[in-house]
Write a protein that binds this ligand. Structure first.
Ligand SMILES: Cc1cc2nc3c(=O)[nH]c(=O)nc-3n(C[C@H](O)[C@H](O)[C@H](O)COP(=O)(O)OP(=O)(O)OC[C@H]3O[C@@H](n4cnc5c(N)ncnc54)[C@H](O)[C@@H]3O)c2cc1C
Length: 438
């Protein structure tokens, strides 16, 4: 008896791990390295294709609570992430290569997980299967899924460039975290005065964009959270100064003042040899990235380890087809997990993999599937996926808006969020004990 998992990304690795933990064999299929999506480059599993940040750490934040729930559910990815973190202020960021290596090693060493490096082009008809092939699912399988699920939606994401640390001009750049939170080795800051900002802004909005391949809709929607910096800039001259280039909580030691705007660089690896441009997801042509981003003080001679890119991102209209346990209503032996279900984000994807894995085993064993209460972040996201608006379904990341309100209401936001987290973890512990998940 075994369960198939297709895709060894963030969700697929978690699903495989959860299944194997229960003593069930897993046949895990991954198309890399024989085939790569346009955004994947590393043959290892659980590749982080854009930012290396897994978002906020504080358990009283939505992203922090999600991660804590995952830890308690024996998440493989959280175990690996905790082991290869890099300084990132209040966020949990990881050395992406070490992270993927650690996940790959754990999965490869598990005696019950059998790895097949091959592309799956058809949806298996027999047995229990978890499809976790992500937002860039290879074409043949994507077409099968669309046919089975009555069409799927697409929108577009962009990734930010990464530059080498040694190419940065340290005479202009200063190291500091906003409001001095989290030490000064997490972020480098490129300060701009008003004139520098205006010059940069003018170049950015008029820069040449790359044609986007792979479009399967005439007018592509761009996901707000990953919006290209040049698109955001077009909303107004000051939009960036109130967004990714906000100078708040930062003082330039060279001038003693708060800059007009600041571009932050976040460490990519533990050695500090690579940095990504925070919030600079982009679809500019590579030459234009070099020219326009070279106008940012400190990046005049930056060497690009990777340029920013823009890609297709496909997901199901899940409220139409999926149950809360991530199985297909019409075919309960088939589960979906990850971004393809309409959760949004690395850890959100991974968390749905945990639930799909647990529930695939329960289905195999003839048990009822396990639905976490919507007072937990993981449970609330699975409800959103199954019961969101069919007419306008959009991917959803962890946030406290999807969690039912507290009774009585707590006015103070910090206290309210702390209460959400405490309630969630308490209920999760209870459910885990009742279902022998400890
Ligand atoms: C360009 C881009 C940038 C993003 N940036 C961020 C970000 O910065 N932060 C964030 O939180 N989220 C980001 N996301 C959203 C999302 O969190 C990630 O896409 C995440 O990797 C999704 O996890 P997953 O497990 O669903 O898919 P993936 O991690 O993509 O895993 C899918 C795996 O399946 C394999 N595969 C695909 N098709 C087949 C097949 N037919 N047969 C066998 N194997 C197959 C792939 O090679 C891959 O290894 C981004 C998404 C995109 C597209």
């Amino acid at each position: 008896m075994s369960i198939r998992v297709i895709g060894a990304g963030l969700a697929g690795c978690e699903a495989a791990w959860q299944i194997a933990r229960t003593g069930i064999e897993v046949e895990l299929y991954e198309m890399k390295p024989s085939r790569y999506s346009p955004a994947h480059h590393n043959p290892d599993f659980a590749e982080l294709i854009c930012s290396n940040s897994l978002k906020a750490e504080r358990v009283e934040s939505a992203a922090g609570l999600l991660k804590e729930e995952m830890r308690r559910l024996h998440s493989l990815l959280m175990q690996c992430a905790d082991g290869c973190r890099v300084p990132a202020g209040g966020a949990l960021a990881v050395d992406r290569d070490r992270f993927s290596q650690a996940v790959t090693q754990k999965i490869s060493a598990h005696p019950l997980i059998h790895i097949h490096r091959e592309e799956i082009t058809e949806i298996p008809q027999d047995g229990i299967t978890v499809i976790a092939t992500g937002p860039l699912t290879a074409d043949a399988l994507a077409a099968e899924i669309a046919a089975l699920c009555g069409g799927s939606l697409s929108f577009f994401d962009a990734a930010a460039p990464i530059v080498s640390a040694e190419s940065l001009n340290r005479d202009r750049i200063f190291a500091a975290s906003r409001y001095d939170k989290g030490g000064d080795d997490a972020y480098l800051n490129c300060p701009m005065d008003k004139e520098e900002y205006e010059r940069f802004y003018a170049a950015l909005v008029s820069a040449e964009r790359a044609p986007v391949h792979d479009f399967d809709v005439a007018d592509p929607k761009v996901y707000e959270g990953c919006m290209p910096v040049e698109v955001m800039a077009q909303r107004g001259a000051d939009t960036l100064r109130f967004g990714p280039l906000k100078p708040v909580g930062l003082r330039d030691p060279h001038t003693g003042h708060r800059p007009w705007a600041v571009v932050q660089l976040r460490r990519e690896d533990s050695q500090g040899t690579l940095y990504n441009l925070v919030g600079f997801q982009t679809n500019l042509k590579f030459g234009e990235q070099k020219r326009v981003f070279g106008m940012i003080p400190g990046l005049e001679n930056a060497e690009y380890f990777r340029y920013g890119v823009m890609h297709r991102n496909t997901f199901l209209n899940s409220p139409r087809v999926l149950s809360t346990d991530y199985s297909l209503r019409e075919r309960p032996s088939l589960f979906f997990a990850g971004q393809i279900t309409g959760v949004e984000g690395y850890m959100e994807s991974a968390s749905s993999g945990i639930m799909a894995g647990i529930n695939a085993v329960r289905r195999l064993n003839g048990q009822d599937t396990l639905i976490l209460p919507d007072t937990t972040m993981i449970g609330a996201l699975s409800r959103y996926v199954a019961y969101g608006s069919e007419a306008d379904f959009q991917p959803m990341g962890a946030n406290f808006g999807v969690i039912p309100p507290l009774e009585p209401h707590i006015r103070d936001k910090r206290e309210r969020y702390a209460a959400f987290s405490a309630r969630s973890l308490q209920e999760l512990e209870k459910i885990m004990a009742e279902n022998q998940l400890e």
